[in-house]
Design a protein around this ligand. Structure first.
Ligand code: ADP
Ligand code: ZN
Ligand code: ZN
Length: 681
């Protein structure tokens, strides 16, 4: 029997519109409307767009007060994505309409709202046109073949998507979809993980199921996209951040209609409208770009695990530097060797204590030798701009941001000093207020390093390329391929240069200020530092003998020593032990609430009120509480943070949500904003 009532969640952030609300379906709509359908419904005197979140036979609302939808849109989302959005809203203390916006067709326009059909032909960007597989795929190494057969076995039982088809033959199989354990491909850089993703994706497609491939930042990982396009052609849709809105809509439409069955994209690809999903690949699973910083502050890795569990798809995470969380939760498959049989490069730590120059003499010498031998190097410095800050030599004034408690970074080529937190910019000062014109520049950023290296090394045939957020406007893929094609030269840049590129002939890697990440007061500091060095080392020595120099003020740091020894097992074991002792994730769940206000006092009062509201849960042992602790002023707002640790994530989220609702609705805290971040990064 078709349902008579549609429960509709209006897509509005207004609190008054918090649904779902019941609407009666006409005979005609009953035939077509399902969970995930988009309806334009009357609401008061307005028309609003809403998503059908449930169907029912009857309503609590009196028959004569029930309204009918005005019309249904052609587009709609698969029912499992509606369920996933509800999960995201609940897990990350957000609202259902906000979470639903993540799964909707991109750019729902007024044209669609008014019901006008809009059908324009869209040209797919050139680089997404079908590539041709040049030659046969490589023959798998024995290790790759063993890994693939384990993964194929994990696919085989039970049939993917059994869970999403209740009543079907598949659902009556003895094993439930929840038996399906997530798999972790822990393979050193260059061990051929991508080839395994490709082969596994091929068997999933053959069985009639769809595939999602998540990559950190698509502009920085053109190779993996190219390989999927080359292997699977038109059935691949790419969610590239540089697509135009019509191109993005077209890729979405191709996925929704089933024309495309593979989606490659960054974290938002986890919401790709693929029905009968069989596999989610999470490449470089340690990468911090999987965390979304806007509301809902979701972690795409957690969402992927949920979507896999919900649909019966296999989750396959891959990394050379997996997170301790994944080691604990997933079944691990090791690929300990590079496919080309080359050893990982030797890594040497260089003590920078007591030194003031940017390059250690060993690094300078290695670069000079490299130029003599016409080789290639990558130099990583995780700090963009020319220098960190400017000060007046006469009176000591430091130029800082008017909105944030941070110094302004000098960008010499651009001719400005800028805040890297709020993007405030001003012209480079020539005089201090005290009248002095002698200004000191402190520290070295990528811009200055490029200038210095070019001055000493570039003789016309030894180019120094730079890749960071300031140069990335010029299409990183082009820059990366220019470096790949250059016979010799240096690529310098921020952590962007350590992402999954597969350069064939880089002989030298240098990391400057490797312990910069360690100085952050964050329990993930060690993990980040280890990953940064190991990932950079991973770009070096493919197809050539290589070595890596790591400059640091902390040469005894365990994360650096382990990275130098390529000992990821040792690092992970030590890290898990430390996390257990301090009960940090994965042995607990973390959430952070930031109370912010223009003045410091109201922010502190709100944070204290929030802490008080959480006291009962704390006393009952449900959670533990750190703070309030003040954070630096950001975008003109003073901030106070509370960190909540708990064993029961869902319970903690409920307690935090209730406490925030109570404090935020108290008039005493008008003007204070509350931001809840579950799984903060
Ligand atoms: P990872 O993702 O583990 O860092 P890649 O998948 O990028 O490694 O593989 C590194 C290089 O090795 C790529 O150029 C890839 O084409 C090549 N490759 C992968 N598997 C094989 C194989 N079995 N034989 C030869 N080359 C391979
Ligand atoms: Zn001065
Ligand atoms: Zn600022």
């Amino acid at each position: 029997m078709s349902a008579a009532i549609a429960q509709v969640q209006p897509l509005s952030s207004s609190r008054a519109l918090r649904g779902p609300f019941d609407y009666r379906l006409s005979e005609e709509l009953r035939e077509s409307v399902q969970v995930g359908s988009l309806l334009v419904v009357p609401f008061g005197r307005r028309e609003v767009l809403g998503v059908v979140v449930r169907l029912a036979q009857r309503s609590e609302i009196a028959e004569d007060r029930l309204l009918e939808p005005l019309r249904a849109l052609q587009a709609g989302v698969p029912p499992d994505l509606v369920e996933l959005a509800a999960w995201v809203a609940a897990q990350y203390c957000s609202t259902v309409p906000r979470a639903l916006k993540l799964v909707l067709p991109p750019g729902l326009t007024r044209g669609q709202l008014s019901g006008k059909p809009r059908r324009t032909r869209v040209r797919r960007p050139e680089h997404l046109s079908v590539g041709v597989l040049r030659g046969a795929p490589p023959e798998l190494t024995a290790e790759q073949a063993a890994a693939l057969s384990r993964l194929t076995a994990a696919l085989a039982q039970p049939a993917p998507a059994a869970a999403s088809q209740p009543g079907s033959a598949a659902a009556s199989q003895p094993e439930s979809a929840a038996a399906q354990q997530p798999q972790l491909l822990h393979g050193v850089t260059g061990s051929g993980k991508t080839e395994i993703y490709l082969r596994l994706a091929a068997s999933v497609l053959e069985r009639g199921f769809g595939v999602i491939v998540m990559v950190p930042e698509i502009a920085l990982t053109p190779q993996i996209v190219a390989r999927f396009l080359e292997r699977f052609g038109e059935t691949v849709a790419v969610l590239h951040s540089r697509l135009t809105p019509p191109q993005r809509r077209e890729e979405w439409r191709r996925l929704r209609s089933g024309e495309a069955r593979v989606c490659v994209g960054p974290r938002s690809a986890v919401f790709a409208p693929i029905e009968r999903l069989g596999l989610i690949v999470l490449d470089e699973e340690h990468d911090s770009s999987y965390k979304h910083e806007g509301d809902p502050r979701y972690d795409a890795r957690e969402v992927a695990a949920q979507r896999a569990a919900q649909t019966g798809a296999l989750l396959l995470a891959g990394s050379a530097t997996p997170r301790p969380e994944s080691i604990l939760r997933m079944q691990r498959i090791r690929l300990p060797r590079r496919v080309d049989g080359r050893p990982l490069p030797g890594v040497e730590l260089l003590d920078m204590r007591g030194r003031h120059e940017a390059l250690h003499p060993r690094s300078a010498q290695a670069l000079a030798e490299l130029r003599r031998d016409r080789g290639k190097a990558i130099v990583l410095l995780n700090r963009r701009g020319w220098s960190n800050f400017l000060s007046c030599r006469a009176c000591g004034t430091v130029w800082s941001c008017p909105n944030c408690d941070v110094t302004l970074v000098l960008h010499r080529a651009g001719g400005y000093i800028a805040c890297h937190h709020c993007d405030h910019r001003e012209a480079i000062p020539s005089l201090c207020e005290c009248g002095s014109s002698t200004l000191a520049r402190h520290g070295t950023g990528t811009e200055r390093l490029q200038d210095e290296l070019a001055a000493t090394l570039d003789d016309g045939s030894f180019p120094v390329f730079r890749l960071d957020a300031d140069t990335a406007g010029a299409e990183p893929a082009q820059l990366l391929s220019a470096f790949q094609e250059a016979p010799a030269g240096v690529l310098i840049g921020t952590q962007m240069v350590a992402k999954g590129h597969d350069f064939s002939d880089v002989a030298l890697g240098i990391v400057l200020d490797a312990d910069a990440t360690l100085r952050f007061p964050d329990f993930r500091a060690e993990e980040r530092t280890f990953a940064l060095v190991a990932q950079l080392a991973g770009r070096v020595g493919r197809g050539a003998q290589g070595h890596v120099l790591v400059q640091t003020l902390a040469p005894e740091a365990r994360s650096l020593l382990d990275a130098a020894a390529h000992d990821s097992d040792g690092f992970l074991a030590g890290e898990l032990e430390r996390r257990r002792a301090l009960s940090y994730p994965p042995y607990s769940h973390l959430a952070r609430v930031i109370c912010s206000a223009v003045q410091g006092e109201p922010a502190l009062r709100a944070a204290s009120a929030l802490a008080a509201a959480l006291q009962p849960a704390r006393r009952s042992g449900e959670l533990s509480l750190l703070g309030p602790a003040s954070l630096f002023r950001l975008r003109g707002r003073e901030r106070q943070a509370l960190v909540i640790k708990s064993a029961d994530r869902a319970g903690a989220v409920r307690a935090i949500d209730a406490a925030v609702q109570a404090v935020a609705s108290d008039r005493a805290h008008v003007g204070v904003s509350f931001a809840v971040d579950v799984d903060p990064q």
